[in-house]
Design a binder for this molecule. Structure first.
Ligand code: NAP
Length: 283
């Protein structure tokens, strides 16, 4: 069947994966409408359910990104999915997180996965990415005065490139039947410590970058003092706690399974990101 009637609604459309997915779908002949609160084709605000129906109108597939910096949102997702089913959406690809099905009860990650998976009106695919490499090039994990400070206890994580997540999502949205019911753990090709990360950034950007471990609670309190919502502490405890406990993500091979090429290495990501670290140093 021709792609003429295929229209994807891309939530988180101004975000790291959403914006890339929309570009790639358009290049491959599927209409993509980005949606978010700012800078997308359509206004979509999770806190304003009256924005849901207009965003869904005409869409037959959805890339679902839940509200960020929050832990309670399953009720909003349920309202959205009711409307999606009523609007005739045939497939939902959910952006979850690594081990999302095993998230603590007080974070709505596993509940949202179940909400998506248990619907009869559409097929679904769940993406469970590791920590995203782009955290090191934006405000999430900046290098400040040559220091990368994150609680890790020396644990490691198979950081994944947002571009790889986007490419996997695109395949699921282009061929929902092929990926119906699948859950992909999306990782990079190697588990790295934060020391490894700092050394790689230092090497490619030719500046001094050192990793410094920090007490988990002190780091989370610092994040809250800097403006992260207090309730999000639960999420940060879970995410950093896994690494500290030596249970960070491990290379899964799922990126290569879906897109047919190996996942991007941290070094390759770093080599194309040197300009960002040069700017950070100049601040
Ligand atoms: N960062 C990581 O390492 C990582 C790893 C694994 C999984 N994840 C998951 O990936 C998801 C996206 O996180 P990210 O950090 O990569 O962010 P992102 O996709 O780069 O940005 C978030 C997107 O969601 C939109 N958004 C946020 N709150 C919204 C709201 N209330 N209503 C409507 N749109 C909203 C934002 O646009 P506006 O602000 O314009 O609305 C933006 O387009 C999260 O669920 C996160 O748990 C992240």
């Amino acid at each position: 069947m021709a792609n003429a009637k295929q229209t994807a609604l891309i939530l988180g459309g101004s975000g790291r994966t959403g914006s890339l997915i929309a570009e790639q779908l358009t290049d491959r002949g599927v209409q993509a409408r980005t949606a978010s609160r700012h800078g997308s084709d359509l206004l979509f605000d999770w806190d304003e359910p009256n924005t849901y129906a207009a965003a869904l109108a005409g869409a037959d597939r959805v890339y679902l990104v839940t509200p960020t910096m929050r832990i309670r949102y399953v009720n909003l997702v349920a309202i959205f999915l009711d409307l999606a089913e009523a609007a005739g959406v045939g497939h939902v690809t959910l952006l979850s997180t690594y081990n999302g099905d095993r998230a603590p009860q007080d974070v709505d990650m596993a509940a949202v996965e179940a909400e998506v998976a248990n619907r009869g009106g559409f097929t679904h695919t769940i993406l469970r990415p590791a920590w995203v490499m782009q955290n090191f090039t934006d405000e999430h994990l900046p290098i400040v005065d040559g220091l990368l400070i994150v609680p890790s206890g020396g644990g490691s994580e198979a950081f994944v490139d947002a571009l790889d997540i986007a490419e996997v999502a695109v395949e699921t949205l282009l061929d929902p039947a092929e990926h119906a019911g699948a859950a992909y753990s999306l990782t990079g090709p190697e588990a790295l410590t934060f020391d490894d990360v700092a050394r790689t950034i230092a090497a490619v950007s030719r500046r001094s970058v050192m990793y410094q471990d920090i007490d988990q609670e002190a780091w989370i309190n610092g994040a809250i003092a800097a403006g992260v919502p207090a309730e999000y502490a639960k999420m940060l405890q879970w995410l950093t706690g896994a690494i500290i406990a030596g249970q960070g993500s491990r290379p899964s091979g799922d990126v290569e399974t879906v897109i047919g090429r190996p996942a991007t290495s941290f070094e390759a990501f770093a080599l194309r990101s040197t300009a960002v670290w040069a700017v950070q140093e100049g601040k």
